[in-house]
Write a protein that binds this ligand. Structure first.
Ligand SMILES: NC(=O)c1ccc[n+]([C@@H]2O[C@H](COP(=O)([O-])OP(=O)(O)OC[C@H]3O[C@@H](n4cnc5c(N)ncnc54)[C@H](OP(=O)(O)O)[C@@H]3O)[C@@H](O)[C@H]2O)c1
Length: 383
């Protein structure tokens, strides 16, 4: 049954306004302001979600600090994350081409890509049977005529408002029904990190018995890569800070290499042999990038979805040419990747890794702690 905008008992008590953490411009944590704003209404084909929890991701920090701007050549350091870019870079809110897809960001903006919650209102054209459904939100709002065209994606929390608020309106097709005994905070660890990781592995065609090296293995995407690689039957070599070894091994990684080892290439070769890595899944970039290309076997696949340690790196083209390597950048997972992740959650194959939960008002504190990179898994906001 379809209808005009419909509400259900779930909406009881909802006022016309809501609390939201609003990003007011590019810069430091002071650009995040807690405000009462009008509660969104679902448009045609949309549903209104009462946010149960929203995961914290680097993309919110990348956007706030304007790190995506190609004029910026810096790692996503604690200083950058806390205070924003140095004013000498000359960036301004009006001119900075600082969204992930090289467009300007419209302020004020409510960020937050990784949303778990419940449908409390449906827009016209949406089945009222969806009211009350528990859902996990795919953050990629695609052009339905060209769903695989990355540059036509509007990312929730970047090109449209996201989940650092009490409510958010999203297209109905982005709200995946989820049947799970996990809490909302646990569910909110998955979107953004796990769909990205699954897309990296799918495009890499990671197969049973192959060896994969994962950088940033203790982080949100890294822990997702470990779990999803194990589901595919691969041998996992995880690179992370030494302090995280026990937790990474407990997750099932076969081999561990401390990031502090100095020569990561030699350390990995000692464990698995020379040129025997089939896939490198890299979310760190920086100096390890060149070493990963050396580690890959002939015909190996280098996958990247992040460059927190530095986006601009030298490269020996002979590694690419004479080893017939493949290189893939991943930023927009397909609908299939998100659906597979939902399937793995429902079948209990994925472990949620909640490091810490913060209330909405403490999002700046959550980001400050996140930037220290001492966490294992995810930080989550519960409004
Ligand atoms: N393209 C996409 O769709 C997409 C989606 C999600 C995330 N990403 C990107 O992927 C990257 C990782 O995201 P994440 O959520 O997994 O991050 P995270 O939770 O912060 O984890 C990143 C890990 O990298 C390690 N690391 C190694 N070298 C580092 C350095 N120089 N500076 C800081 N950390 C360093 C840190 O752990 P150790 O100290 O243990 O090494 C940290 O745990 C980010 O760039 C993010 O923007 C992209």
């Amino acid at each position: 049954m379809t209808s005009m905008t419909m509400t259900s008992d779930w909406t009881t008590g909802i006022a016309g306004t809501m609390r939201a953490m609003v990003l007011t411009g590019h810069g430091g944590l002071d650009k995040l302001v807690l405000r009462d704003v009008p509660r969104p209404r679902p448009g045609r084909g949309e549903v209104l979600i009462k946010v149960g929890a929203c995961g914290v991701n680097n993309t919110e920090i990348n956007t706030r600090t304007a790190w995506y701007d190609r004029a910026v050549n810096a790692s996503v350091s604690v200083e950058l994350g806390l205070y924003g870019l140095d004013s000498s870079t000359g960036t301004s809110d009006a001119e900075t081409i600082a969204s992930w897809n090289s467009s300007t960001v419209a302020f004020p903006r409510i960020q937050g890509a990784a949303i778990a919650g419940r449908i409390v209102e449906v827009g016209s054209g949406v089945d009222t049977g969806r009211l009350g459904q528990r859902v996990l939100i795919d953050p990629q709002v695609r052009n339905l005529n060209l769903p695989l065209r990355a540059q036509l994606v509007a990312y929730i929390g970047s090109e449209r408002d996201g989940g650092f608020a009490e409510h958010v309106a999203v297209p109905a097709e982005n709200a995946h029904v989820i049947h799970s005994s996990l809490s909302d905070a646990e569910l909110a660890t998955f979107p953004c990190s796990y769909d990205t990781a699954e897309e990296m592995l799918e495009r890499a065609r990671l197969a049973r018995g192959e060896t994969i090296v994962i950088t940033g293995a203790a982080g949100g995407v890294g822990t997702a890569l470990i779990q999803l690689s194990l589901i595919r039957g691969a041998r996992v070599v995880a690179i992370a800070g030494a302090a995280k070894e026990a937790r990474i091994r407990a997750l099932g990684a076969h081999e561990f290499v401390a990031r502090e080892s100095g020569n990561v290439r030699l350390a990995v070769e000692k464990l698995v042999g020379e040129q025997s890595v089939d896939v490198a899944a890299d979310v760190v970039g920086g100096a390890v990038f060149g070493q990963l290309l050396k580690l890959l076997r002939r015909g190996g696949r280098y996958m990247t979805a992040g460059a927190i340690a530095g986006p601009v790196q030298p490269m020996d083209l002979r590694d690419l040419i004479y080893k017939d390597l493949e290189m893939h950048g991943v930023t927009c997972p397909t609908p299939g990747a998100f659906a597979r992740v939902v399937g793995c959650i429902q079948s209990g194959q994925l472990r949620p890794l909640v490091e810490k939960i913060f209330p909405l008002a403490e999002l700046p504190q959550a980001q400050a702690e996140f930037l220290k990179r001492e966490h294992f898994g995810k930080f989550v906001i519960v409004p």
